[in-house]
Design a protein around this ligand. Structure first.
Ligand code: ARG
Length: 453
C-alpha cells in the first residue's frame, strides 16, 4: 500500500464515524461507492486507484465532453476501466453546455476581471450536476473530484453538489494526500497507471472546453516574464497569423448567435467554427492577473478565440438596439453575473433573477455584426438590425429629420446643465463668503438660481 495512508484523515474523525459537519472528510467506512469525475489526466488516474485502496470503495468514473479540443474520450473511458472502475460513463454534454451555460453568458456579456470569459467557471456547475445525476443513478454515496485546495474549481463543484443533493458526500483526494507531482508519478509507476506523454511532467495546468483554454503554473507564475510560445497550443501567435485580414459576419436572434457568414449553424458547431477562425488569426489571447475566490492572486494565460469573436459581436449589436439607459445599467448587472458564475454560485437565486433581466434585454438583440480579424485583433466594422435605435438622417451632420429640432438644443442644454451650474456657483460662493451653520447656502442664492428657469 502507498505511504500516504489514512493518517491524512483528521485525527478527531475516527474511521467509520458519520460526518459530524459538512466540513469533515468522510472516513472510509462512510464511503461505499464513489462517483469520480475523471479527466484521464495524472491526478484523477492516480485518484482512481488511490480511492479504491484507501476507502476500499468501488469507483464509477464519469467523463464529461464539453468540447475539449483534441481529446480522445474513448481512450479516457477505456483507461478508467483498465484502472479498475466498475463503470465508466462518458457524457457528451456539449449541447447542454453551449445552450444552458455559454448562451446565458453571451447574453450577459460575461467577463470576469475585465478579461476572463469564464469557460472553466461555466463548465463546473454542469459537470457537478451530471455527477449528482449519475451518482444517484449508479448508487454512489460520494462524489470525488481532482481539484486542489487552492483553486476555484473545488468551490464550484462542491457548491453545486451541496445545492443539488446535500446528502452526497464529497472527497477531494488532492487536498488530502499531500503528494508532490513526482510522488504522484512514482505512485502511478508503482500501480501500473499509464502516464500521458511518458513520465515527463506536463509543464502547465490546463483546462479547456469549447469556450476557451487556460494555462497556469510552471514559469507562468513568474510575473516578470512574458509567456513562452509553448503555452499557446490553441491560438496562432499573432505574429504568424495571415497577413490578410478576414471578415466574418455573425448573425444573432434574441441574443443567440445563429449563423456565420450566412450559414445557419447549431450553437455547438457555430462556436467551434468561430474558434477555428479566431485561432487562425491569433485572436483571443489574454494574460490575466486574477483574483481567485479563495483569496489568492494568480496569473492565467487564456486562449479564448470563440469568446473573443462572439462576445465582441454581441456587445456591439446589443449597444445598437438598446437605449443609453439600458446600456449603462446592464453593465453593472453583467459584472454581478460574472462574479456569481466565477464564485461558483450558479444556484444562487440572484443568478436566475439576473438571467431574467438578461433575457428581457436580449429580446431585441437580433441582427448581424461583421468583424474584422487581423493578427490578434477583433474589430466590429459593420452592423445591421431591424431593432437598431439608429436613424441615419437623424445622426447625419448634413440633414435634419423631422424628429430632431436643433432649435430645441439650447433649451435642452440649459436644463440638462442646471445642477452642474448651480453646484459650481454655490461652492464658489461658499469658498469666498462662507455662510456658517448647517443650513448651507442662503435661500437667496437658490432663489436666484431658480430664476434662470
Ligand atoms: N482561473 C480560471 C478559473 O478559475 C481557470 C481555472 C482552470 N482550472 C484548472 N483546473 N486548471 O476559472
Amino acid at each position: 500500500m502507498f505511504a500516504a495512508a489514512v493518517r491524512d484523515f483528521p485525527a478527531s474523525m475516527p474511521r467509520g464515524a458519520e460526518q459530524p459537519s459538512s466540513n469533515a472528510v468522510p472516513g472510509p467506512d462512510a464511503v461505499g461507492r464513489v462517483l469520480l469525475l475523471y479527466s484521464g489526466g495524472l491526478d484523477t488516474s492516480v485518484m482512481l486507484r488511490w480511492i479504491q485502496e484507501q476507502y476500499e470503495a468501488e469507483i464509477v468514473a464519469l467523463t464529461v465532453n464539453l468540447g475539449q479540443p483534441g481529446e480522445d474520450f474513448e481512450v479516457v473511458e477505456g483507461k478508467a476501466r483498465q484502472l479498475g472502475a466498475v463503470d465508466a460513463i462518458l457524457v457528451d454534454a456539449r449541447e447542454e453546455f453551449a445552450g444552458e451555460y455559454v448562451l446565458p453568458a453571451i447574453k450577459a456579456n460575461a467577463i470576469y476581471g475585465n478579461a476572463y470569459p469564464l469557460f472553466t467557471a461555466l463548465g463546473r456547475p454542469l459537470i457537478a450536476k451530471l455527477a449528482v445525476e449519475h451518482a444517484r443513478r449508479t448508487g454512489c454515496d460520494t462524489v470525488a473530484h481532482g481539484c486542489t485546495g487552492k483553486g476555484n474549481d473545488q468551490v464550484r463543484i462542491e457548491a453545486t453538489v451541496a445545492a443539488l443533493d446535500p446528502d452526497l458526500k464529497v472527497i477531494a483526494p488532492v487536498r488530502q494526500w499531500s503528494m508532490s507531482r513526482d510522488e504522484e508519478i512514482a505512485y502511478a509507476r508503482e500501480h501500473g497507471i499509464p502516464v500521458k506523454g511518458g513520465t515527463e511532467t506536463p509543464p502547465y495546468s490546463i483546462d479547456d472546453n469549447l469556450w476557451g483554454r487556460s494555462s497556469e503554473g510552471s514559469e507562468i507564475e513568474d510575473l516578470t516574464e512574458p509567456p513562452r510560445d509553448a503555452v499557446f497550443q490553441l491560438v496562432t501567435r499573432p505574429e504568424e497569423a495571415p497577413d490578410e485580414p478576414e471578415l466574418v459576419r455573425v448573425e444573432f436572434e434574441r441574443g443567440c448567435p445563429v449563423a456565420l457568414d450566412g450559414e445557419r449553424l447549431e450553437l455547438v458547431k457555430l462556436l467551434e467554427r468561430a474558434a477555428q477562425l479566431g485561432r487562425r488569426h491569433g485572436v483571443g489571447i489574454v494574460d490575466h492577473i486574477e483574483d481567485r475566490i479563495v483569496g489568492l492572486k494568480i496569473r492565467d494565460v487564456y486562449e479564448v478565440p470563440a469568446a473573443a469573436i462572439i462576445l465582441t459581436a454581441h456587445r456591439d449589436l446589443e449597444a445598437l438596439v438598446s437605449t443609453i439607459h439600458q446600456n449603462n445599467f446592464k453593465r453593472t448587472l453583467e459584472d454581478k453575473w460574472a462574479y456569481l458564475c466565477y464564485a461558483g454560485l450558479w444556484h444562487d437565486p440572484l443568478r436566475s433573477d439576473l438571467d431574467a433581466y438578461m433575457e428581457s434585454a436580449n429580446e431585441v438583440v437580433t441582427g448581424e455584426v461583421t468583424l474584422k480579424l487581423y493578427k490578434g485583433s477583433v474589430t466590429p466594422v459593420a452592423r445591421r438590425s431591424r431593432y437598431a435605435l439608429y436613424d441615419r438622417s437623424l445622426a447625419s451632420f448634413g440633414e435634419s429629420g423631422a424628429q430632431f429640432s436643433q432649435d430645441s438644443s439650447p433649451g435642452f442644454i440649459e436644463l440638462f446643465t442646471l445642477q452642474t451650474r448651480m453646484a459650481r456657483r454655490v461652492r464658489h460662493q461658499q469658498r469666498h463668503q462662507p455662510v456658517s451653520g448647517p443650513e448651507g447656502p442662503s435661500p437667496k442664492t437658490l432663489e436666484n438660481e431658480g430664476e434662470e428657469r
